[in-house]
Design a protein around this ligand. Structure first.
Ligand SMILES: [Zn+2]
Length: 62
């Protein structure tokens, strides 16, 4: 799947309208952050979220 590891929503690349970095990096159409990546499942998105955006003291998982 392709998803955004900032807002943790799944991404349909056909719906992506905005790109940055000279068109190479898609912007998430949910949150407009360039955090779109291909992952195997949502748990990998959450791991990326923790890696790039996670707070040290935020261990909560819904
Ligand atoms: Zn997003």
């Amino acid at each position: 799947m392709i998803g955004c590891y900032y807002c943790l929503n799944e991404i349909d690349m056909a719906k992506v309208e905005d790109y940055v970095d000279q068109g190479k990096t898609p912007l998430c159409y949910h949150c407009h952050v360039d955090a779109v990546a291909e992952v195997k499942d949502k748990s990998e998105l959450e791991a990326l979220n923790n890696k790039f955006f996670g707070e040290c003291d935020n261990e909560s998982v819904n």
